[in-house]
Design a protein around this ligand. Structure first.
Ligand SMILES: C[S@@+](CC[C@H](N)C(=O)[O-])C[C@H]1O[C@@H](n2cnc3c(N)ncnc32)[C@H](O)[C@@H]1O
Length: 247
């Protein structure tokens, strides 16, 4: 816990957890699906790139690849990482979480690009507005996204906290948002990824990285709850959704 309290958190880089967390159980590998899609694309937009880690891990990116990020601290982090690969990072307006979006009236999420600017839009674990994705895709374009349901209830339970209310996310919601935004859904899958933390330090550091799961979390404030949780099975069962669509 002492290590987890002081280790740096930044970007969207989970490298500190290498060897201390394992994940499995999904029938698809989103990175491989994105690699396949990138190989067929001549221009790519990554919506909400975080620190650019996922995009940077892609093998081949077309010369015209651009990323957006709405959380200001990560714009510079992603800019440094992706700039080295010739990928521009644009500070763009955040989209309201998909689970919060009214089907007919999405909030925010404007993409500052002309219509038809890209032939592939990628979005991993970031909110998106389907009509904006459809608008920036040209004819023959594709959208691939992996979305995640909230795991805050499980994280809060590990800390013996009551669940905090939040709207539910599911595959039907994502499919109906995609259709309402003008996309034709080609593939839609739901699965569960089991994430296992090897020790309480790994869980504590993860909670620092995802500050929205338990707002106000610090190792110091939750030391007793973490000590009690260390005796539990430190697993999260995370719902994941995969969607492929075209305009
Ligand atoms: C789940 S990440 C996904 C990033 C990227 N698409 C990926 O898959 O690696 C979601 C976003 O949370 C942002 N983020 C990190 N800490 C945040 C905070 N304290 N408040 C708001 N957003 C934050 C990151 O910039 C990131 O874009």
């Amino acid at each position: 816990m002492a290590e987890a309290e002081h280790a740096a958190v930044g970007g969207w880089d989970f490298g500190w957890l290498t060897g201390r967390v394992s994940a499995g159980g999904l029938a698809w590998e989103f990175g491989a699906l994105v690699d396949d899609a990138c190989a067929k694309a001549s221009s790519v937009l990554d919506v909400g790139t975080g620190g650019g880690e996922f995009l940077d891990a892609r093998q081949g990116l077309p010369a015209r690849t651009v990323a957006t990020e709405s959380w200001a601290p990560n714009v510079a982090v992603a800019g440094r990482r992706l700039g080295a690969r010739g990928v521009g990072v644009v500070h763009a307006e955040a989209a309201g979480g998909n689970a919060h979006q009214d089907r007919s009236r999405p909030v925010g999420g404007r993409l500052p690009f002309r219509a038809g600017a890209f032939d592939l839009v990628v979005c991993r674990h970031e909110a998106f507005v389907a009509s904006e994705v459809a608008r920036v895709l040209g004819a023959g374009g594709r959208f691939v996204t992996q979305q995640a349901a909230s795991s805050s209830d499980q994280l809060r339970q590990l800390l013996a906290l009551e669940p905090a209310p939040h709207p539910a996310m599911d595959l039907d919601l994502l499919v109906s948002q995609a259709r309402a935004g003008g996309l034709v859904v080609d593939d839609a899958r739901a699965g569960c990824e089991t994430v296992t933390f090897a020790d309480i330090g790994a869980l504590a550091w993860y909670l620092r990285m995802v500050p929205w799961a338990v707002p106000g979390f610090t190792v110091d404030r939750y030391r007793d709850a973490l000590t009690a949780a260390a005796r539990e099975d430190l697993k999260l069962y995370q719902e994941r959704y995969y969607l492929a669509a075209h305009p």
